[in-house]
Design a protein around this ligand. Structure first.
Ligand code: DAH
Length: 330
């Protein structure tokens, strides 16, 4: 008896599967390959006319074939239905969540990067970061910092008060963090305090009613003005480059004595002011209940100023307008 080529039949079965579009078609394939009038049944019917030996061998081949076809059909049906329902679900439930992560990548605002860079420079000298509230008491913002009633900074024209009796305000300087930190911590203190400050200023090329400062405070045994100079010179060179020169000129701040302004040498030989500093006034130490003999220095630097100088930005409003053509440059 001529035996049929089962491999060929299996290959044709696989081809039929490839063309399936609808799960119902699977039952007709099953019928064609395993049903009563299938080639397989016809061959099975012929088994009785074979010798015992051939019957055993060919019978086993036919059995393997039908097992394989059944296994393949079952798996195919599962996969087909799964794919069908996934597709249906996607079609019926469009994903309406916002893709928060821009494909172009996000980046830090230039003011954030500058603040982080300054903090990193001081962190490398052993300073830690401290924060304070933006809505402050007038005591922390002025009185504790040795700024008396008559001082012009306390006038309403300079300060955004939060109540009628002028006892709370939007802080005008990050120096408030000095006070808060010393109230909570004993010396030695080495902190930098980055943050937002508010003044009743009109917007012009170099002033904004909201801007950023970084305050610094070092309190330790035997700290002198030389430590202040060395620290700030190191900072200026780390930030602007080693060729930049610094100049300290006398100034007045209520909370430091003596006080100075630091100027840096600029391209056209100009000297530009970048920060205020000085030795902490003993009255400030008294207000935070530190011993009379305490010594330390403090400084305050404007973040916008640093960024404007370094990148040659001519108007402070650029930082706040969120114009991508500006922001993309950093
Ligand atoms: N708080 C001052 C300001 O806003 C800046 C400043 C000057 C801070 C001198 C200091 C300092 O700590 O010693 O203008």
């Amino acid at each position: 008896m001529a035996e049929i080529n089962l491999e060929k039949i299996y290959a044709s079965f696989l081809l039929r599967l490839e063309e399936v579009n609808n799960v119902n078609e699977l039952s007709s394939i099953e019928k064609d390959y395993l049903g009563k009038s299938s080639v397989l049944s016809e061959e099975r019917a012929k088994l009785s006319s074979l010798s015992n030996e051939d019957k055993k061998r060919y019978g086993a081949d036919l059995k393997n074939f039908s097992d394989e076809v059944l296994k393949k059909l079952t798996q195919f049906k599962l996969d087909f239905e799964k794919a069908f329902y996934i597709e249906k679900e996607i079609a019926e439930n469009p994903d309406i969540s916002i893709n928060w992560h821009s494909k172009e990548g996000s980046r830090k605002h230039v003011l954030t990067s500058v603040m982080e860079e300054v903090v990193d420079i001081f962190a490398s000298l052993g300073y830690t970061v401290a924060y304070g509230p933006e809505a402050e008491t007038s005591w922390h913002n002025f009185d504790a910092l040795n700024t008396p009633d008559w001082h012009p900074a306390r006038y309403e024209s300079d300060t955004l008060y939060l109540d009628k009796d002028l006892s709370s305000l939007l802080r005008t300087q990050t120096s408030t963090v000095q006070v808060r930190h010393m109230q909570e911590n004993d010396p030695p203190v080495y902190i930098v305090a980055p943050g937002r400050v508010y003044r009743s200023d009109q917007l012009d090329a170099t002033h904004s009613p909201v801007f950023h400062q970084i305050e610094g405070l070092a309190v330790d045994d035997g700290i002198t003005f030389s430590d202040l100079k060395g620290t700030l010179e190191y900072f200026v060179k780390a930030f602007f480059g080693t060729s930049v020169k610094t100049k300290f000129i006398p100034h007045f701040f209520p909370f430091t004595e003596p006080s100075a302004e630091v100027l840096v040498s600029w391209k056209d030989g100009e000297w530009l002011e970048i920060l205020g500093c000085g030795m902490v006034d003993p009255n400030v130490f008294k207000n935070v209940k530190y011993p009379e003999s305490t010594q330390g220095f403090a400084f305050g630097v404007g973040v916008e100023r640093l960024a404007m100088l370094r990148y040659g930005i001519d108007h402070i409003k650029n930082f706040y307008e969120n114009d991508l053509r500006f922001l993309d440059q950093f």
